[in-house]
Design a protein around this ligand. Structure first.
Ligand code: S3P
Length: 427
């Protein structure tokens, strides 16, 4: 199957996006660890979140839907049941890494694996620190998934991470739930902090400082109502699409605006975009609001350092935007992109070149000259949802037809993506 994208002007209208994927995974997992039944509004309909739900159900957790709500009957920290078979995290790194943290605290053996992409992503980054605290965890060849986790004896520890990774941080915090005493995680720069915010909301004792978090182990978590805001990473594609197509003006309703995720707003503002925010509020410790954005001219920018973890998932579409900016854009310190669902540096460089753009690949990023004409081409998504969506956006202002191969992979985070894009164009 392929998806064909043609030149579009004028994206107009209002949209609601699927629930934030990161918050949805956490809502399901943490509600499972709480006592009582939690009610979740706005859970993501993505395949990744479905993978988390299926794994939890295999661990004996009751999860059901009623209209727009998802209910999770938590069992407390120690109520999970031994699964009948291997747990399958599909394409989802968050499912595999966060659940591994929880599984190290259980009194049964489990094995967790994923699809071919996930089985080639680094797991040593969780295996090593988990073993340090007494977990009994073993990876396959080169420490890749499948991971087999047996009962261990976990102790509290102060971890110094050498990469800013919310998945690693969250995995270690979740393992720390099962250790007596204080677990501390120090990151080189701040990564998304949904885990900290939600654990606190459900009753854990956490102290958050700039780049460190300390949590008391063995908390009593209590069920609650959790509102999942729209996914700002999904919003990024529409923000850039609106910026770069003529006479556009869109409103994205109820988007998550947690400051550890709003790097896309800060980078686009620096590039010259104008945002208007409405109806801002905070629910279950997460900031949300409506975001309005119109067509605008963008300027090249440097994206590096502490900004990188705040825009890590948005870099493919920012690289596409950079081709249309006035002046050069430099992206560096983003080596982590090479170990996402695919090597996103290579995938972006390869596909931009297919569209006729000049781009220099760096080991940890890329240099994208501005003011470039893109030509419709056949795009290989490499099965990576964010590559497929970034190049669908490129197709909106490229000459001719852009064909996205394997477009179905958008289901990993945003099943309705192509439909919503077309709706905004037809409005
Ligand atoms: C995620 C964290 C990020 C991000 C991923 C989701 C999460 O990865 O790229 O899409 O939900 O914790 P790292 O922070 O591990 O790089």
């Amino acid at each position: 199957m392929v998806e064909k994208i043609t030149n579009m002007n004028k994206l107009r209208g209002e949209i609601f996006l699927p629930g934030d994927k990161s918050i949805s995974h956490r809502a399901l997992m943490f509600a499972s660890l709480a006592n009582g039944t939690s009610e979740i509004f706005g859970l993501s309909s993505s395949e990744d979140v479905r993978s988390t739900m299926d794994c939890l159900k295999k661990l004996g957790i009751k999860i059901w839907n009623d209209k727009d709500k998802t209910y999770v009957k938590g069992t407390g920290l120690h109520g999970f049941q031994e699964p009948g078979g291997v747990l399958d995290a599909g394409n989802s790194g968050t499912t595999l890494r966060l659940l591994s943290g929880i599984l190290t605290g259980q009194n049964f053996t489990s094995t967790i694996t994923g699809d071919s992409s996930l089985k080639s992503r680094p797991m040593k980054r969780i295996i090593k620190p988990l073993m340090k605290i007494g977990a009994n965890i073993e990876g396959g060849k080169n420490q890749y998934a499948p991971l087999t986790i047996k009962p261990g004896n976990l102790k509290a520890y102060e971890h110094q991470l050498n990469i800013a990774s919310a998945q690693v941080k969250s995995c270690l915090l979740l393992a720390g739930l099962f250790a007596q005493g204080k677990t501390t995680i120090v990151e080189p720069s701040i990564s998304r902090n949904h885990t900290e915010k939600m654990l606190k909301y459900l009753g854990a004792e956490l102290a958050i400082e700039e780049t460190s978090v300390t949590m008391e182990g063995m908390p009593e978590l209590t069920s609650n109502v959790i509102n999942v805001p729209g996914d700002i990473s999904a919003a990024a594609f529409f923000m850039i699409a609106a910026c770069l197509t003529k006479d556009s003006s869109i409103k994205i309703k109820n988007v998550g605006l947690n400051p550890t995720r709003t790097g896309i707003v800060d980078v686009l503002t620096k590039m010259g975009a104008n945002f208007i925010f409405q109806n801002q509020e905070t629910k279950n410790n997460e900031e949300t609001g409506d975001v309005l954005i119109d067509s605008c001219a963008l300027h090249g920018v440097e994206i590096k350092g502490d900004m990188i973890p705040r825009v890590i998932d948005e870099i493919p579409v920012l690289a596409v935007a950079a081709t249309q900016a006035i002046g050069e854009t430099v992206i560096k310190d983003a080596r982590e992109l090479r170990v996402k669902e695919t090597d996103r540096i290579e995938a972006v460089v390869e596909n931009l070149r297919r569209m006729g753009a000049q781009v220099t690949e760096l080991e940890d990023g890329m240099v994208v000259p501005g003011n470039q004409k893109l030509t419709g081409a056949e795009i290989d998504s490499y099965g990576d949802h964010r590559i497929a969506m970034a190049f669908a956006v490129a197709g909106l202002f490229a000459d001719g037809i852009t064909t996205i191969k394997n477009p179905d992979c958008v289901k990993i985070s945003h099943p309705n993506f192509f439909h919503q894009l077309k709706e905004l164009a037809d409005d």
